[in-house]
Design a protein around this ligand. Structure first.
Ligand code: PLP
Length: 390
């Protein structure tokens, strides 16, 4: 027990540090030393939570709604979530059995994956993918099998996905619109996924946290295609759609046995989502205008940034259809982790390495959740730096 690390459980040792958080800490250290940093690293809307939502939380607190709620969350919000999704998908959703509120979509993902996977199981994901999926599987001791998306358009790899599925595969996890690529799966891909789910008895976890941030084309919810909650778990929340990252509220809609298992986990971990936040979300779910305005702003930033990228020799980027990131391919002989460190230290810009999203090729992710001038200035500085090191 002399070695500090050995005193930790194997589970604690397995859990990785978040790649995006590591960069944020480094950026903070430089700022403390007086360096000015342009933050294009983390996925946090640079908008305030709409006032009506804040007022709803305040009202709830003044009304004495400050105690625990039931662990699945307040029924009026679960009813509203069920109503909205039934309208969109024409699938019957029982708010008492098929819905649970959790402290963020991340907590939903955690409880869902922990409810399904044993250490001998595996989960299939499409790379590039958000790193927490793998972090959660590692916590359990289960395996993540990654299948590369089409690198021309980041489309769903229908031809290769089946090769990754074996008798220990329990979950296929999809994320559309995707963080980091912004790709949105078309109807054909979703039908294909639904067929694989039936043929292989797989749960489909569909992370739809960015579904309200869509710039082009029609967004199809997976549930509107699978038409059943038997093997479907929809993960969503209010962090991105209503600029509520710090409030910590997300939810899962799904198979009632899995929801019930998630509820047991929640009872032992956090009890419930903090109560004023639940009332704030009850207001948020009826507000569409603030999201519409944010999407409009992200779209303008995306278009201007893509215009600039097209003028730079060192970059290329597929125009994202949704979410608020640019996944930029760069042309220089340096690994993405080393590049982003150099960008931070020498150009004063924080971005995220492609390797964080399990990509070997030369990419970095830039968040559009920052002011336009910062995005454009950040891109110019990175372009200059790459020209220097090439
Ligand atoms: C793809 C994806 N899923 C889930 C989450 C978690 O969101 P929440 O703040 O609701 O936990 C994020 C946050 O960055 C994300 O990018």
């Amino acid at each position: 027990m002399n070695n500090k690390n050995e005193s930790l459980s194997s589970c604690a040792r397995r859990v990785p540090t978040s790649g995006t958080m590591r960069m944020a800490v480094l950026a903070k250290e430089l700022e403390v030393k007086g360096k000015k940093i342009i933050h294009l690293g983390i996925g946090e809307p640079n908008f305030h939570t709409p006032k009506k939502i804040i007022e709803a939380a305040y009202q709830a607190m003044n009304d004495g709604k400050t105690g625990y709620t039931t662990s699945r969350g307040i029924l009026p919000l679960r009813e509203k979530i069920a109503e909205v999704h039934m309208k969109d998908t024409a699938v019957d959703i029982n708010p008492k059995e098929n819905v649970i509120l959790t402290p963020g979509a991340k907590a939903s993902l955690f409880a869902a994956i922990v409810s399904i996977l044993d250490p001998s199981d595996n989960m299939v994901v499409v790379s590039p993918y958000w790193p927490s999926y793998e972090g959660i599987a590692q916590f359990i001791g289960a395996t993540t099998k990654s299948v590369q998306a089409h690198y021309d358009d980041f489309g769903f790899p229908s031809e290769t996905i089946k090769e990754a599925i074996d008798k220990n595969t329990k979950i296929l996890l999809i994320n559309s619109p995707s963080n980091p690529t912004g790709v949105i799966y078309d109807l054909e891909s979703l039908k294909f996924i639904s067929d694989i789910s039936t043929d292989n008895d797989l749960y489909i976890i569909t992370d739809e946290i960015y579904k309200k941030i869509v710039f082009e084309g029609k967004y199809h919810q997976y549930l509107s295609v699978s038409k059943s909650l038997e093997r479907t778990l929809v993960i969503d929340g209010f962090s991105k759609s209503h600029a509520m990252t710090g409030w910590r509220i997300g939810y899962t809609i799904g198979n009632k046995e899995i929801i019930s298992a998630m509820n047991k986990i929640q009872q032992n971990v956090s009890t419930c989502v903090n109560t004023p936040t639940q009332y704030a979300a009850l207001k948020a779910i009826e507000l569409e205008e603030p999201t519409r305005k944010m999407v409009q702003e992200y779209k303008q930033r995306r278009d201007k940034a893509i215009e600039l990228i097209e003028q730079c020799d060192n970059f290329s980027c597929r125009k994202p259809d949704g979410a608020f990131y640019l996944f930029i391919k760069y042309d220089a002989d340096i690994e993405s982790e080393d590049l982003v460190l150099k960008i931070l230290q020498e150009a004063g810009v924080a971005v995220t390495a492609g390797s964080v999203f399990s990509v070997d090729e030369k990419y970095f992710r830039l968040s559009l959740a920052s002011e336009m001038e910062d995005i454009l200035e950040g891109l110019r500085r990175i372009d200059d730096l790459i020209t220097k090191i090439k």
